[in-house]
Design a protein around this ligand. Sequence first.
Ligand code: SF4
Length: 66
Amino acid sequence: MKVEIDGTLCSGHGRCFVLAEDVYRLDDEGYNADRDSIIEVVPGHEAAAELGMRNCPEGAIATVDD
Ligand code: SF4
């Protein structure tokens, strides 16, 4: 599973990290540290990745087809 973080939408709420700290990282300002990137979700962390994705207030996280 891969997810993409849209840097134009990410507004630094940090909810992705709060809900799935094994998947998402924040930078020093509270933005997703992987914005404008595609990240590979470690197997077993798919549910957490989806939880963080669904709860992003900006809809900045989306799955990417392999
Ligand atoms: S929850 Fe969404 S808007 Fe907030 S830091 Fe994560 S990706 Fe960015």
